[in-house]
Design a protein around this ligand. Structure first.
Ligand code: TYD
Ligand code: MG
Length: 456
């Protein structure tokens, strides 16, 4: 008789080992390897020659009927935008985020909005009891909507229910870490269970045209625990993020087979739930106070939308042997680069000081176009001279200190003009052959800059 196979699976990246180890060689994590039993869905087919005959697959022509199925529009504008103008029937989405960030609230609101427009919608909670979900719905003013509620964790039951002819068109599974499949011999929340449960739900989505929204909790390290291994299985991965103390929440598409990635949706949190923020720039700048040294408004672009945010820097003499550099909302490697360029190319000694950098409002910026705004904020703090309060800044900085052009110049300037800014510090444009000259944007004066030393 064959011995039951044992395997050890890393719970954060899904790597499989034959024996236990303290450190995962694949992702570098410590104490994340757990014994799980092999031999079920996750283990796959046994290797070797295939017994029996397979069925021949019928091929179809490339040109066939491809009527675009209508998208399910929730009328929560920010959510629809991030999904790519609504949910695609039969697709599987993963919504990740820290515990307590507001995933359940968002998805209950999405389910209610869909139910209101006549789409059959089920909300299956594995974390909360029915009464708790009802209580939340009442607080959000959604208790009169036709969302079908269930508290369940068995995938077998859930699939059987959703498969019924009169089953819902959209199902929310909150959360995938609480679900379990009886044919898999591991505890709920392990990589094997999460993967097998998701596989069953995704297969159902494709077969029956049900849209499934899977909620996944994220670990401290930023990876969706367990569900990180799901990212390639689902059609769309959305992250719900934000700083705990702030009232803004950002829904970000990191993968989308049916729409753009890097698109963001901005929500404001209240005791009545999440509300769309139609004009995020105004919101992010709302708490700005006149001309303060060290603050600079960056004209950024998130996805297809321009977004103005304030970048704050504080440069202060260090009381430590090694100066501290702390960053919130931006890449610390990029900050080190900007400081190095300021020192090497412009002779500005930032090094011996402590440097603190913060993106106001709890937003995370990934664009290199913020380099120039960061440099301006640093210089402003260092010289204790405010950046003019009606000025926006954008531009990428190269290692030689040159300021490089960035995309969507016009959109950035337009957004700044709309919010009442009068001047912009932007990369100078070299009118190359075949390139159209930049069109002036009404109401805004562009100060072109070619090298960082011009700013100094
Ligand atoms: P919840 O949706 O339960 O977070 P998650 O499912 O991601 O763990 O929200 C966490 C808490 O925040 C909950 O007590 C409700 C509260 N909350 C509000 O009061 N208003 C809001 O707009 C949101 C999003 C959350
Ligand atoms: Mg929840």
């Amino acid at each position: 008789m064959a011995r039951p196979q044992r395997m050890f699976v890393c719970q954060s990246c899904g790597a499989v080992y034959a024996k236990w180890a303290g450190k995962c060689e694949a992702c570098g994590g410590w104490n994340c390897i757990v014994e799980e039993s092999a031999g079920t869905a996750a283990a796959g087919a046994p290797p070797g020659r295939l017994a029996g005959k397979g069925r021949r697959i019928e091929f179809a022509a490339l040109s066939g009927t491809t009527e675009q199925p209508p998208r399910l529009v929730t009328s929560i504008a920010e959510f629809d935008r991030v999904c790519g103008s609504g949910l695609v029937p039969g697709s599987a989405l993963l919504i990740g985020g820290d515990p307590g960030i507001g995933k359940s609230t968002l998805l209950l609101q999405v389910a209610a909005a869909l139910a209101r427009s006549g789409v059959g919608c089920a909300y299956i909670s594995g974390e909360e009891a029915l009464d708790q979900v009802r209580l939340r719905a009442r607080r959000l003013g959604l208790e009169q909507t036709a969302v079908q509620l269930a508290a369940a964790t068995s995938i077998r039951d859930i699939v059987a229910t959703l498969e019924a002819r009169d089953g819902p068109a959209v199902a929310v599974i909150d959360s995938i870490q609480t679900m379990w499949l009886d044919s898999v011999d591991s505890v709920p929340g392990t990589v094997t269970q999460v993967r097998a449960s998701a596989q069953a739900l995704i297969e159902l989505a494709k077969r029956r045209g049900v849209t499934v929204l899977l909620v996944g909790h994220v670990t401290k390290e930023g990876a969706i625990a367990g569900p990180r291994v799901l990212e390639h299985m689902v059609d769309t991965v959305l992250y719900f993020e934000g700083e705990r103390g702030h009232q803004f929440r950002i829904l970000r598409a990191v993968k989308n087979r049916f729409g753009p990635t890097d698109e963001i949706g901005v929500f404001e949190m209240s005791d009545r739930g999440l509300t769309d923020v139609a004009n995020p720039s105004a919101l992010f700048l709302a708490e700005r106070r006149g001309a303060v040294s060290g603050a600079c408004v960056f004209a950024g672009v998130e996805g297809t939308r321009p977004l103005l945010v304030e970048i704050q820097a504080l440069v202060a003499p260090s009381s430590f042997a090694t100066p501290r550099h702390a960053v919130v909302g931006w890449d610390s490697g990029r900050l080190a680069m900007v400081i190095a360029v300021l020192e090497a190319r412009c002779g500005v000694a930032v090094g011996p000081n402590d440097v603190y950098l913060n993106v106001a409002g709890g937003l995370r910026i990934a664009e290199p176009a913020a380099d120039l705004a960061v440099a301006a904020a640093l210089l402003s703090s260092l010289a204790d001279t405010p950046v003019p309060s009606d000025m926006v800044v954008f531009g990428e900085i190269g290692l030689g200190g040159e300021v490089r052009a960035v995309s969507q110049r016009e959109a950035r300037l337009k957004e700044a003009a709309k919010l009442g800014f009068r001047t912009a510090l932007a990369p100078s444009i070299v009118a190359g052959a075949g390139q159209p000259a930049p069109r002036p944007v009404g109401g805004i004066n562009v100060d072109e800059i070619g090298h960082l030393s011009d700013l100094v």
